[in-house]
Design a protein around this ligand. Structure first.
Ligand code: ZN
Length: 398
């Protein structure tokens, strides 16, 4: 059985121990005692070094703790050192979570249903479907007030049968390890915690997501909160510079500009439609009707997309007995065929036949069809197959 030194002293960073067992050619080591915290209760494992080898993983096997090393360990006694920066960061996130869970329970009666400590952010799921921005701000403010009060965080051992006042009843029997924040919280927990709330550092709540029937609050504590605030500040400053505005005006300004952009886009679409109607009429009137009285408008562009040709196609086939053939050469050779209902022309079957000859792909209805071709030369062949090369623009030289 491994003695867990972090239970009694979460600030212990170096320790001596005896090797009691090893596996994996000395890469998996068991000690009589350890300060290395194994992944458990949502808190990630410590890293560090053991007898000169790097500790990659620490696994709780129940009675014993396994240390997974990057190199075989020799000798019967070892000296170990944990990566304190990583551990202290975990202690801050973990104690911050106890504090935040207690604060939202006291303020709003929310119960914490699950927690997760991630490499970047941690999350807290509470048993309400929705959380407002105002509630987030209140909880964050109250949590930070308790940080500034620097309340003691203490560990005690009590019998499960008589332990009272726990925020969440424990399913364990026998002795419970209870972590208390003075006048705020008592929780059964086996993790590592800071000794006073001041060491948690600032607590910042991030985005809120709905997860099934719960709300998930993202949060960061300590240096992570400072880092997040710095990154957010830099991002807003860059935006402010681009927009030539003060940082506190950026939000409103972006909303106003986004509304104006939508209005401008809608105006552009309207003008495109009007222009297409005008051009279609002009091109239609210039086209010679064939024996059946059908006029063909052909539009070939060296570059662009079929979407850009669509307004002209639709405007053309709104005219009587009209067929429209549009093509673009680059970046991808493509063709669009449209026919008015009274033209007697089936755009879909005409296109399919032309594509089959030229090795292209596509399809559509009798009114509107489109396809792509493997090369500009294939596009030439497809247009020729529909007789579009002898009308207006003609095919390019091979
Ligand atoms: Zn804990």
């Amino acid at each position: 059985m491994t003695t867990r030194l972090y239970y009694s002293d979460s600030y212990l960073t170096e320790f001596d121990a005896r090797v009691v067992d090893r596996a994996d050619d000395g890469r998996r080591v068991y000690l009589d005692r350890t300060a290395f915290y194994p992944t458990s209760g949502g808190q990630p494992n410590d890293t560090g070094s053991l007898g000169g080898a790097a500790v990659r993983d620490v696994i709780d096997e129940g009675e014993r703790i396994a240390h997974v090393l990057d190199a075989p360990l020799r000798g019967d006694t070892v000296w170990g050192r944990i990566d304190w920066r990583r551990r202290f960061d975990h202690m801050q996130q973990h104690t911050g979570q106890h504090l935040l869970s207690a604060v939202v329970a006291d303020l709003f009666g929310w119960e914490t249903v699950s927690v997760h400590f991630g490499a970047d952010v941690s999350t807290l799921d509470v048993n309400v479907p929705q959380v407002t921005a105002d509630e987030v701000a209140q909880a964050e403010r109250r949590a930070n007030e308790i940080v500034f009060e620097n309340r003691p965080v203490a560990v005690s051992y009590e019998d499960a049968a008589s332990a009272s006042g726990l925020r969440k009843a424990s399913a364990r029997e026998g002795t419970l390890r209870i972590v208390s924040i003075e006048h705020l919280d008592r929780s059964a927990c086996g993790g590592t915690h800071v000794r006073a709330t001041g060491e948690i550092g600032p607590i910042l709540i991030g985005r809120i997501d709905k997860v099934r029937q719960s709300a998930r609050l993202e949060f960061v504590c300590g240096m992570r909160a400072v880092g997040r605030a710095r990154a957010d500040h830099d991002a807003v400053s860059r935006l402010a510079q681009v927009l030539s505005a003060a940082p506190n005006e950026v939000g409103d300004l972006v909303v106003r500009q986004s509304t104006r952009l939508k209005e401008a886009e809608s105006r552009v679409r309207q003008l495109e439609t009007e222009l297409a109607a005008h051009v279609a009429r002009e091109r239609y009137e210039a086209a010679e009707p064939d024996a059946a009285g059908v006029r063909r408008v052909v539009e070939r562009r060296t570059s662009g997309s079929l979407d850009e040709l669509r307004p002209l196609a639709l405007a053309t086939i709104s005219l009587p007995r009209a067929v429209f053939v549009g093509a673009v050469d680059a970046p991808a050779p493509a063709v669009l065929v449209a026919a008015s209902e009274d033209s007697g022309f089936d755009a879909g079957s005409a296109l399919r036949a032309a594509l089959a000859d030229a090795g292209g792909r596509g399809g559509g209805s009798a009114r509107l069809a489109q396809g792509t071709l493997p090369s500009p030369a294939a596009l030439d062949r497809a247009l020729a197959a529909m007789g579009a090369d002898s009308l207006g623009l003609g095919a390019r030289a091979p």
